[in-house]
Design a protein around this ligand. Structure first.
Ligand code: ADP
Length: 265
């Protein structure tokens, strides 16, 4: 623990002394450390593509000026790096918005089944490109919850995108929705959404840290897939805001299951 110590002299009738106050500032120190780490991480994540861009700009101004094939190749890489920065800034903004709203209970009544369906529909082209069979079950009848529609769509798309990205080409991704009259987590009616893939999976030791910002099981792989490392942190905050539960299970080389439980209204 870390203490802040202050001392002030005390004078009594027949004694002199000092009043020493100890304040436990461990938590404050930890919050400060987390903030400093976050700023360092963001700076690093932005600096990497920026350095690459500046390097290519120099080359294009000099040696590659009259080399058309090289120019095209470099422009393609530059576009990819700029897109990476764009995604990072978009996810950072999203994260700060969901953090700010975490204490505000969502008021709207929304149909989760329709939101799951529409998330799946948006990601069909991505699945087709990755040769992944994307299936959805249990979402044909409406299921009502108090929620923020845009944020819930963000949760489902983040999880489905990950399942497609890490689920392996030629694989299968299943999105399943199930309602229960007594969801254990809330002792009341609830709905559970599972996103299951049969891809690379990971060692369960990573599970407790997976929702930390910028935590990745395999950094190289995440970057290669265009990941920002913020997706699951965003999911966690949104699920908290909805008083829901988020559960992760995985087996290396067999696949993963990401489950969201929400109280039904
Ligand atoms: P990223 O942008 O890197 O995908 P996320 O926050 O969405 O960031 O996920 C954090 C990490 O969790 C990923 O880098 C990856 O290592 C791991 N991960 C997430 N989803 C899956 C999955 N379906 N299969 C295997 N690993 C996954």
């Amino acid at each position: 623990a870390t203490y802040e110590v202050t001392a002030s002299p005390v004078e009594g009738e027949d004694a002199r002394g000092a009043l020493v106050t100890l304040v436990d500032i461990t938590e404050r120190e930890q919050v400060g450390q987390i903030r400093r780490d976050f700023v360092a991480n963001v700076s690093h994540e932005l600096k990497t593509p920026l350095t690459a861009l500046l390097g290519f700009i120099e080359t294009l101004k000099g040696p590659a000026r009259n080399d058309a094939p090289a120019r095209d190749r470099f422009l393609t890489i530059m576009e990819r790096e700029a897109e990476r920065m764009n995604r990072l800034v978009r996810d950072l903004l999203s994260l700060s918005r969901v953090e700010a709203e975490e204490r505000m209970r969502p008021e709207d009544r929304v149909d989760v089944a329709a939101l799951v369906e529409s998330s799946v529909l948006t990601l069909r082209p991505m699945a087709a490109d990755a040769k992944v069979a994307l299936t959805v079950s249990g979402a044909s009848a409406p299921v009502w919850v108090r929620g923020d529609a845009d944020q819930l769509v963000q949760v489902f798309t983040n999880l489905i995108e990950n399942a497609i990205k890490y689920g392996g080409s030629g694989g299968r991704v299943e999105v399943m929705l199930e309602t229960s009259a007594r969801e254990l987590a809330f002792r009341g009616p609830g709905v559970r959404i599972d996103v299951v893939d049969h891809g690379e999976g990971f060692d369960p030791v990573h599970i407790p840290r997976l929702t930390e910002r910028f935590y990745r099981v395999d950094s190289h792989r995440s970057r290669e897939m265009g990941g920002t490392g913020l997706g699951l942190a965003i999911v966690k905050h949104i699920v908290n805001r909805h008083r829901g539960r988020f559960r992760i299970e995985s087996t290396p080389r067999e696949g993963s299951r990401f489950s969201i439980m929400l109280p039904a209204s």
